[in-house]
Ligand binder design. Structure first.
Ligand SMILES: CC(C)(COP(=O)(O)OP(=O)(O)OC[C@H]1O[C@@H](n2cnc3c(N)ncnc32)[C@H](O)[C@@H]1OP(=O)(O)O)[C@@H](O)C(=O)NCCC(=O)NCCS
Length: 245
């Protein structure tokens, strides 16, 4: 059941989680492990999960879910007791993170606030993502369904991932698509997912071009310069740093 062996394992996992926070949070470089243990919600949620998961695996009723519930109340991070989590996970900031029942997370994974590892419907069985080792999932990203995110990949902030992600890739957008695979941009007509068209900007651009043409014709016909009521600035073209907003 929940014996010395399990206790030793949970203690080892806690030490690895603390090291992960120390190494991966730039703000934690100058603070000690005790301070991290006392003040990092991601560490609290993980420690509670490690215990809840051991109890769940031992078949203890109610307690695992009760622990997950209290961890959620205290940290706003919800991890189902059955979720399989490898060593040295770091959940930075934490608020709004949800990790579903059949999720599997490898070693040295980093999740930022607002990440969901969720299912897509009411189907039972494996329905949550598998995230391989050394993956970074940006804030607000949603990984949905029984997909697999290959090792060493990066998921951009606010990305919605609904398909498998190859290893060593950077995926951005909604739906998420690779913009880098092993450091190279994917090629092909549909490969430019970081620079999606903006139909509203296109329509405004077309309208302002037509107004400019009409004003020129009016000026030629009447000799009167059109009155400038407001400054018309050229719109930023697509393809110049969509991540910068
Ligand atoms: C995706 C990310 C990991 C960068 O990975 P990277 O491999 O270094 O990729 P790059 O920065 O070279 O970006 C690749 C392309 O995707 C675009 N891009 C990057 N992040 C993006 C995002 N979240 N959404 C849309 N496009 C994005 C870049 O503009 C770039 O476009 P380009 O091909 O025109 O250069 C990073 O942008 C990100 O989103 N990190 C999450 C960080 C976070 O959540 N921090 C919270 C701290 S509290």
């Amino acid at each position: 059941m929940f014996g010395l062996r399990t206790f030793t394992r949970v203690a080892r996992e806690l030490r690895q989680d603390l090291t992960a926070a120390q190494e991966r949070d730039p703000a934690a470089r100058d603070i000690g492990r005790w301070e991290i243990l006392l003040t990092y919600p991601g560490v609290h949620a993980l420690l509670t999960h490690r215990v809840a998961h051991a109890l769940h695996a031992a078949g203890v009723p109610v307690m695992p879910r009760a622990l997950a519930y209290f961890a959620r109340m205290a940290t706003n991070i919800e991890i189902h007791p059955a979720a399989e989590i490898g060593k040295a996970l770091f959940i930075d900031h934490g608020t709004g993170v949800v990790i579903g029942e059949t999720s599997e997370i490898g070693d040295n994974v980093t999740l930022y606030q607002g990440v969901t590892l969720g299912g897509t419907g009411f189907a039972r069985g494996k329905r949550h993502p598998t995230v391989e080792s050394d993956v970074v999932v940006g804030s607000g990203a949603k990984l949905l369904g029984a997909i697999r995110v290959g090792h060493c990949s990066k998921i951009g902030a606010n990305t919605v991932v609904i398909h498998d992600v190859p290893p060593n890739s950077t995926v951005v957008g909604n739906p998420g698509h690779p913009v880098r695979v092993s450091g190279r941009k994917p090629e092909g007509p549909d490969a430019d997912w970081a620079h999606l068209p903006d139909p509203v900007a296109d329509a405004i651009r077309a309208l302002s071009a037509r107004i400019r043409d009409l004003e020129q014709e009016l000026e030629q016909a009447t000799g009167r310069k059109p009155q400038q009521t407001a400054e018309v600035r050229p719109l930023r073209g697509a393809g110049q740093d969509p991540a910068g907003g």
